[in-house]
Design a protein around this ligand. Structure first.
Ligand code: ATR
Length: 495
C-alpha cells in the first residue's frame, strides 16, 4: 500500500490533500499532531469523509512530531478521537507506559484499557519505534519484540551508509514469518527501500507532498514513476548508484520505458558511499543492471569481469549489466555523446574539434572523437590535466586563457566544464571565443538546457547540441543494454 501522510493544519485542507492524491494512494495517515488544536474536536469524522483506510497518529516531538503534550494527555485525546471514528489503525509508540494506556475519563472513576478497547473495535494497533540517528544493531530483535503482542510492528530507522541499507534489505529474509510489518528507512539512504518497500517486506510505504525533506517521495512518484506497488517476486531490479544521486533524471527515462514495453522491472536511485558494499547488495537483492554516476565511475572497475574497449580507454564505466554470472561494464556516455554528431563526423563535416575542459566528462568526449579520427585540441584551466589527457589520447593541448586563438579554426567545439550551471549559472567559460556560424557547438551541461555559451553560438548561427540530448541518448543505450530492446519511441520523456 502507498500511504499518504497528511501535512496540513486543518481537516478541510487535509481532506483536500487526500483528494489531490487519491488516485495514487491506498491509505492515509492522519497526523493529528500537525492539526491546529481546535480541529481535534472533530477529527473523528476524517476517515468517513476521506473514504480511505486511515491511520491515526499523534506524534510527539521526540519522535519527529509536533505534539508537546505529556503521554497521559496525548493518549487520552487520541483515544477520544479514535474510538468515535472509523479509523482502521492507530499508531502507538512502543515506549508509552502501560499506565498511560489505562485512560481515566473526566467524570468517571474507572480506568479504561485503551488497547483492549481498540481490539474490541477491530482497530489494529501499529506499535512504532523511531531512531532518527541510526539503524540499531538489535534491529531484528526489536521488530520481533514489537510484534509479540500480535500488533503490527513499525520500525522507522535512519541508515547512514549503504551497509545500513543492506541490513534493512535483510529484514525480509530474517523476519519472513511476521507477515504484517512496517519498515521505514528515513533520509536519503533510505529512499531505495521506500521505493522497494515490498522487497523489505513492509506492508506499506509512506509518501508525502513535502518534497523538500531529504528522502521524501510523493505519492505520484511512487505510483506513476516507480509503480512501487506493482513490484513482485518476478520484478527485475535496476538502478543508479551515485553520491549524490537523488537529483538524477535517469529514473524518468528507464521506468516509463519499462512500463511501455510491459517489462516487469523497476529502476531505483541508490545513494552509495562504498561501491564494494553495493556489489554485495546487488547480489543480495539480485540487481540485474545499473547505471553509475559521479563519483563512482572509476571505483566500479575492479568489480567488473568484462569491460569494453571504451571503458578501458576512458577508465570510467557508467553502465553495468549482469551477463553470465559476471558484471560487464560499458560506457554509454561515449556513444550517447556521439549520436547527435555521428553523421557529421561520417560525412567529414566535422574533422577537427576543440574540447574545453579536461575532467571526467572530457575523457569520454576526447576518446570518442579520437577513435573516430577527429583531430582534437584540449583547452583547460589547469595545464597538468590538459597535458595528461592529451598525451593519453594523442591530442593537442592549450591553456584555457589562449582559447580565443581557436576562433573560426575548428569544426566542432565541445564544452565539458561545469561552468554555466549551479552557482555559475549564466557564465560563459570562454567569453573570448568567437564563432563564425559554421561550427557545430556542443555543451554537455543539461540543466539549464541553454547555457550562455550555447546562446552565443546559436546567435552566431551555429548548429548547437545540449547535454539533455546526450543524457537521453546515453539513457536509451543503457536501456538497450539492460533489456535487449530499443527504447520505445512513443514514450514522451518528461525531464
Ligand atoms: P567532470 O567529471 O564533470 O568533468 P571534473 O572531473 O571535476 O568534472 O572536471 C571539471 C572540469 O571543469 C575540469 O576541466 C576543470 O578545470 P581544471 O582542470 O582546471 O580544474 C573545469 N572547471 C571547473 N571549474 C572551472 C572554472 N571555474 N573555470 C574553468 N574551468 C573549470
Amino acid at each position: 500500500m502507498i500511504c499518504l501522510t497528511t501535512s496540513e493544519q486543518t481537516l478541510t485542507s487535509a481532506l483536500k490533500q487526500v483528494e489531490r492524491n487519491k488516485e495514487y494512494i491506498d491509505i492515509v495517515e492522519l497526523r493529528l499532531d500537525l492539526l491546529e488544536e481546535r480541529e481535534l474536536a472533530s477529527a473523528q469524522i476524517f476517515p468517513r469523509l476521506c473514504g480511505l483506510p486511515t491511520i491515526a497518529t499523534f506524534r510527539r516531538v521526540s519522535d519527529g512530531g509536533a505534539s508537546k503534550l505529556n503521554d497521559k494527555t496525548r493518549i487520552s485525546i487520541l483515544r477520544s478521537i479514535v474510538l468515535k471514528g472509523d479509523f482502521s489503525y492507530v499508531d502507538i509508540e512502543d515506549d508509552v507506559k502501560k499506565s498511560d494506556l489505562k485512560v481515566k475519563e473526566d467524570d468517571k472513576d474507572v480506568r479504561n484499557d485503551f488497547e483492549a478497547e481498540l481490539r474490541a473495535k477491530g482497530i489494529k494497533i501499529i506499535r512504532s519505534y523511531h531512531d532518527f540517528e541510526k539503524v540499531p544493531a538489535e534491529l531484528f530483535s526489536k521488530v520481533t519484540k514489537l510484534a509479540k503482542k500480535g500488533d503490527i510492528p513499525k520500525i522507522a530507522v535512519t541508515p547512514n551508509t549503504i551497509v545500513d541499507v543492506v541490513t534493512i534489505f535483510r529484514i525480509q529474509q530474517e523476519l519472513k514469518d511476521i507477515k504484517e510489518k512496517i519498515i521505514v528507512a528515513m533520509g536519503p539512504y533510505g529512499v531505495c527501500t521506500r521505493i522497494l518497500y515490498k522487497k523489505i517486506g513492509s506492508m506499506l510505504t509512506f509518501a508525502s507532498e513535502n518534497e523538500e525533506a531529504p528522502g521524501q517521495l510523493t505519492p505520484k512518484a511512487l505510483k506513476i514513476l516507480y509503480r512501487a506497488d506493482q513490484v513482485n517476486a518476478k520484478t527485475n531490479i535496476y538502478g543508479i548508484i551515485g553520491n549524490p544521486v537523488l537529483h538524477t533524471d535517469s529514473p524518468k527515462i528507464h521506468n516509463p520505458g519499462f512500463d511501455s514495453i510491459h517489462y516487469n522491472a523497476i529502476y531505483v536511485p541508490f545513494l552509495v558511499d562504498k561501491v564494494r558494499t553495493f556489489f554485495k547488495l546487488a547480489e543480495l537483492i539480485q540487481i540485474h543492471g545499473f547505471s553509475v554516476t559521479v563519483p563512482h565511475k572509476r571505483d566500479v572497475l575492479p568489480y567488473l569481469g568484462k569491460i569494453t574497449r571504451e571503458v578501458q580507454q576512458i577508465g570510467a564505466c557508467n553502465t553495468i549489466t549482469r551477463i553470465q554470472g559476471m558484471w560487464k561494464g560499458i560506457n554509454t556516455d561515449y556513444y550517447g555523446f556521439l549520436v547527435p554528431i555521428e553523421e557529421e563526423i561520417a560525412n567529414e563535416h566535422i574533422k577537427s574539434a576543440l574540447v574545453i575542459g579536461a575532467g571526467g566528462a572530457a575523457r569520454a568526449v576526447v576518446w570518442a572523437l579520437r577513435n573516430h579520427h577527429v583531430k582534437v585540441t584540449i583547452v583547460n584551466r589547469t595545464k597538468e590535466k590538459a597535458i595528461h589527457l592529451s598525451s593519453e589520447t594523442m591530442s593537442n593541448w592549450d591553456l584555457l586563457e589562449n582559447v580565443s586563438n581557436y576562433s573560426g579554426k575548428v569544426d566542432l567545439i565541445v564544452q565539458t566544464t561545469i561552468v554555466g550551471m549551479n552557482e555559475s549559472l549564466g557564465v560563459n567559460p570562454v567569453p573570448t571565443l568567437e564563432f563564425n556560424g559554421n561550427e557545430y557547438v556542443y555543451d554537455l551541461i543539461y540543466k539549464p538546457e541553454n547555457t550562455a555559451f550555447l546562446d552565443k553560438a546559436k546567435a552566431a548561427g551555429c548548429k548547437t547540441y545540449n547535454g539533455k540530448r546526450m543524457l537521453i541518448e546515453q539513457g536509451k543505450l543503457q536501456f538497450e543494454a539492460f533489456t535487449g530492446y530499443h527504447y520505445p519511441h512513443w514514450v514522451n520523456l518528461e525531464l
